[in-house]
Design a protein around this ligand. Structure first.
Ligand code: IMP
Ligand code: MG
Length: 440
């Protein structure tokens, strides 16, 4: 990573204009400090864009929620049978594929337990409420088939830039899935060439593995850099170097090791040449910097073996990151190297990665000899500039807004699994009787 100065060096104390940068246009005198920028950075609507959800919201001009959900449930069933000629594909261009029918009528009843949509006469459901109904239906649809759950990391398992700590509730959730025989993989954009960098993000989980049998921890994987680095869990004994210091105790400490490319990368992925990757990243880098320059935004450039990104040096409104990302997407559109890539808005940065999460999840499905309908990907970024969006057209998805929602949906999923696989007692529960506090 190197500092990006460009035409505008970062302003030192005293020499800077109202924005704190030499030569920058004065916009609002208030935008001088981090705290002021926080005030301006209100939550926008850009993170809530989806053709199907918006279509269902629109239906509420003429339909009740019950009527809308009943129709969409039937249209999805028809769409599964004939995706190219379905009514849904005509009415909602870009709707993507569904692998399993979604029982939206009953999901609406479950959501009604908190949202009272069917009783509301004047206030139609908002984007998040429709998302919740679709999510509840998705969890129930996939649970009888479930073989693999893939999790985005930042924004889904932990807050952006954080990591799984020892006391994270997510540890129990992940371990419970693994113990049911479900494979779990974190599929994240974060890419590193050192195992230790990945280990640091899931330290708490690796600690928890120490008291668990191999049949549990061997079902866990990390896919980094979208689809560029696959790691599995290893038990290391004293004197074997990392993993983490202080992880001592009875058995060995747990760490991650890279799985050799031949064991999981498709021939197509292995054919991406270094020269083409360099060309792609050079072109992407130029696009990112051009957009940042245009907005006179000072950024830090991050260049890695398989990615390039920019991180604003000062707090920035989400829309500016969106502009940089869309610039990169448009400019890379005609990229002659034809290397699949993913240019995305990370919320606090913009990155271009080689490949995308669909390649990452596909590789796991192939390695585990599963079918796509056995997979559910849990993520927080499903808009056109989100790096989870590619999963939407190939696998079942759970769209969460934060880690609290992830935890809540996992409690619903676990109820289903406990019932169907006999791993827990009692009758099946639905969303209304989850023991978790509702996060919305
Ligand atoms: P995800 O939400 O788990 O997919 O992680 C996305 C975030 O990972 C980005 O917003 C970046 O902050 C961070 N990140 C770290 N290294 C990389 C990289 O090489 N490519 C893309 N994102 C990265
Ligand atoms: Mg994320």
């Amino acid at each position: 990573a190197g500092a990006r100065g460009g035409a505008r060096a970062a302003g030192g104390a005293g020499g800077a204009g109202p924005l704190g940068r030499v030569g920058a246009r004065p916009v609002l005198p208030q935008q001088r400090s981090v705290a002021d920028a926080q005030v301006l950075r209100r939550k926008g609507r850009l993170q809530e864009q989806d053709p199907l959800i918006e279509f269902i919201m629109g239906m509420h001009a003429t339909h009740t929620s019950a009527e809308a959900m009943a129709k969409v449930e039937d249209w999805i069933a028809e769409h599964i049978r004939d995706p190219r000629r379905s009514r849904l594909s005509r009415m909602v261009p870009g709707v993507g594929r569904f692998l399993l029918p979604l029982h939206l009528r009953s999901a609406l009843e479950e959501y009604d337990g908190f949202g009272y949509l069917t009783a509301r006469q004047y206030v139609p459901p908002n984007f998040a409420e429709i998302r919740h109904v679709l999510n509840i239906a998705q969890v129930h649809a996939v649970s009888p088939h479930l073989g693999l759950v893939t999790f985005d990391a930042d924004g889904t398992l932990y807050a952006d830039g954080a990591h799984i700590e020892e006391d994270s509730e997510m540890i129990d959730r992940i371990v419970a899935l693994l113990a049911c025989g479900v494979k779990v993989a974190i599929v994240t954009a974060a890419g590193y060439t050192e195992e230790a960098a990945f280990e640091g993000r899931i330290e708490g989980l690796l600690m928890a593995f120490r008291s668990l049998p191999e049949s549990v921890w061997s079902n866990f994987y990390v896919m980094g850099g979208e689809c560029n680095y696959l790691l599995r869990v290893v038990e290391r004994h004293a004197g074997e170097g990392h993993p983490r210091e202080g992880g001592g105790g009875g058995g060995g400490a747990f760490g991650l090791e890279f799985v050799p490319d031949e064991e999981w990368k498709s021939p197509e992925m292995r054919s991406w040449s270094d020269a083409d990757i360099t060309r792609l990243l050079d072109q992407g880098q130029a696009a990112l910097l051009e957009a940042a320059d245009r907005m006179q935004l000072e950024v830090q450039l991050v260049r890695k073996e398989r990615s390039v990104g920019v991180v604003p040096a000062v707090p920035t409104v989400y829309e500016c990151l969106e502009e940089i990302t869309l610039t990169a997407q448009v400019q890379l559109n005609g990229d002659p190297s034809n290397i699949p890539h993913c240019a995305f808005n990370g919320g606090g940065d913009c990155f271009i990665d080689v490949g995308n999460k669909a390649y990452g999840i596909d590789s796991l499905v192939r390695m585990f000899q599963m079918e796509p309908k056995q997979v559910m990907h849990v993520g927080d970024r499903f808009t056109v500039t989100g790096n989870d969006a590619v999963a939407k057209s190939k696998f079942g998805i759970l769209w969460v807004a934060n880690p609290q929602e992830t935890n809540w949906y996992l409690s619903i999923l676990q109820n289903d699994l406990d019932h169907s696989r006999g791993t827990g007692g009692g009758p099946p529960k639905d969303a209304r009787v989850s023991e978790q506090k509702v996060p919305f």
